[in-house]
Ligand binder design. Sequence first.
Ligand code: SF4
Ligand code: F3S
Length: 109
Amino acid sequence: MTYVVVENCIKCKYTDCVEVCPVDCFYEGENFLVIHPDECIDCGVCEPECPAEAILPDSEPEAQEWLEVNRKYAEQWPNITAKKDAPPDADSWNGTPNKWQHFSENPGG
Ligand code: SF4
Ligand code: F3S
């Protein structure tokens, strides 16, 4: 079991989740964060901290398609251990559908 960052994090990236993770298993791309599935201890404390409700346990059907995305980019992106300012337009992206398109066009960013 692991928790997984899902689509609504894209372009929101509030980073409240990072602040509470006891094992520092978040990794940062320009527009999105991921959780390393092998490092997450499944404590669940990050889930209610996300203002975008973008963290789910992998037992949720919606999380399934994001699990391998989290694994893939956690291996590539740098670790993030402290909260930072969200993008200035984060609130306007919160809840926007089909954010995946923006991510897949520029996954490194
Ligand atoms: Fe970190 Fe716990 Fe969230 Fe896993 S569930 S990412 S260990 S805070
Ligand atoms: Fe993303 Fe939510 Fe964390 S928007 S950066 S998963 S607090």
